[in-house]
Design a protein around this ligand. Structure first.
Ligand code: ADP
Length: 440
């Protein structure tokens, strides 16, 4: 570019000179032909030539100055100096238009830069304050970024973290395997449980990994408190439901027996009352049994289990409706077959309670197997209480099916969710995810 500029300038000069040359030549010729005294003719030609050269250089200078102004303005932009503005000339002026356009562009870039600076400052403030560790690794698994929580988690200041590899820091497993997992064990000497989430982003075309690590202890404590509150609410409700009628019937029977004159059928009343008390006590004891079942779930005894077989076994048990088993890929998972079968029986029973068309299907990826149980019932209206132990909307329901099923899924390092179908059919779908390896 720089080499071409003199050529452009000399071209302008040459054109300007060429524009005046015919007139000068004509003047010189006329003077020579009209035989004017050379003492007059020569100075006239010299003056004309000087004027001609002067204007030609002025044209060149004008063009060069305009281009230099534009080059300076654009150079300022290239250097990210947005404070420089060209002097605007109003009216119908080509150079004025160029300067105006460049000024507008400068203004826009300046605003965008302020916006970017503000967003970056906000992001930095959020990253510093947030209690969740955020780390970025480059394609060689070297730390490129860590926020305060990340420094605390790894027990070292940022300058001692930058450039070190994940394996040097003892966290290489964060960058492999499932993109969302729970890690237990000491990190930089601290024991605890952490939720690790990983995602990939690209910078200058090269893959980088962003890792977000949350300390589960705090979240779990809050969850635990809420779980206790819910259990106590349900227990209180259930105990009151049984104890209130027992107390009231016992009171009535006492009054009846204390009366001097009892009606003829008083023995029938006593018998009815005692049988209500008996059935309420039996209900209470069933409830306590169910509670015990929940709290005494043994740890899974894992063996390799064919998903196809366990689904077929569970589907055969549901006798109220024919369960449609969609064919899926053969897959073996390391799980407690009895527990997973019990879990599927619970889901299929709920689906059969809800609708007539019950289906079960599965997919298998390298890392996990996903089983879906669908029905065409009314679907679910709220998800907040479904997995709360003893929550039931069914007369005679126990409310432990889903709670127990989720505990089994969790014990296997998997997850269980119940949601409305999104395939255009009204109904619910229970989604069970089980990891293929034996973690959790
Ligand atoms: P139970 O079946 O004894 O009520 P669960 O824990 O299995 O206990 O289920 C809890 C509640 O969740 C049920 O009472 C019902 O309201 C809701 N539920 C479970 N599965 C479904 C489903 N497939 N469709 C609609 N609601 C469901």
């Amino acid at each position: 570019m720089r080499k071409e500029r003199p050529r452009h300038e000399s071209q302008v000069l040459r054109l300007a000179l060429a524009g005046g040359l015919p007139a000068l030549a004509a003047c010189a010729l006329l003077l020579w032909r009209s035989r004017i005294d050379s003492r007059i003719a020569i100075p006239v030609v010299v003056v004309l030539a000087a004027v001609w050269l002067g204007f030609a250089f002025a044209v060149r200078g004008r063009v060069v100055r305009s281009l230099q102004t534009v080059a300076n303005l654009i150079g300022g932009l290239r250097e990210s100096d947005y404070s420089v503005r060209g002097r605007e000339i109003g009216g119908d002026d080509a150079m004025g238009d160029v300067v105006w356009e460049i000024n507008q562009l400068t203004q826009i870039l300046q605003e965008q830069r302020f916006g970017a600076i503000e967003s970056a400052a906000l992001l930095k403030a959020v990253m510093t304050k947030i209690e969740i560790a955020i780390l970025a690794f480059d394609d060689e698994e070297r730390v490129r970024l860590a926020n305060r929580a990340g420094e605390r988690l790894l027990g070292a200041p940022i300058d001692r973290l930058l450039g070190r590899t994940a394996s040097e820091l003892g966290i290489a497993d964060w960058l492999t395997g499932l993109s969302a997992k729970t890690i237990q064990g000491p990190i930089a000497g601290r024991t605890g449980r952490w939720a690790v989430r990983r995602s990939v982003f690209r910078e200058k075309g090269r893959p980088q990994q962003l890792v977000v690590v949350a300390d589960l202890k705090l979240a779990l404590r809050e969850e635990e408190r809420q779980a206790w509150q819910r259990i106590i609410r349900v227990l209180g409700h259930e105990l009151n439901n049984s104890l209130a009628p027992i107390r009231s019937i016992a009171g009535s029977l006492q009054t009846l027996i204390a009366r001097d004159e009892r009606p003829d059928d008083w023995l029938d009343d006593v018998q009815r009352g005692l049988s209500v008390i008996g059935s309420r006590s039996a209900g209470l004891s069933r409830f306590i049994d169910a509670y015990a079942k929940l709290t005494r779930l043994p740890p899974p005894r894992r063996t390799p289990v064919s998903i196809e077989d366990v689904i077929a076994r569970a589907a055969r048990i549901e006798d109220r409706t024919a369960v449609r088993v969609a064919p899926g890929p053969p897959a073996t998972v390391s799980v407690d077959g009895d527990q997973i079968e019990q879990l599927l029986i619970n889901l299929l029973r709920n689906a059969a309670d809800a609708g007539a068309n019950v289906g079960i299907e599965w997919t298998a990826a390298d890392e996990e197997v996903v089983i879906r149980v669908t029905d065409d019932g009314p679907g679910i209206s709220g998800t907040a209480n479904l997995f709360v132990p003893f929550f039931t909307t069914k007369p005679g329901g126990s409310g432990i099916g889903l709670a127990l099923s989720r505990m089994i899924a969790d014990a296997h390092g998997g997850s269980l969710a119940l949601e409305n179908r999104t395939d255009g059919v009204t109904g619910a779908v229970a989604v069970l995810t089980l990891p293929r390896n034996a973690s959790g």
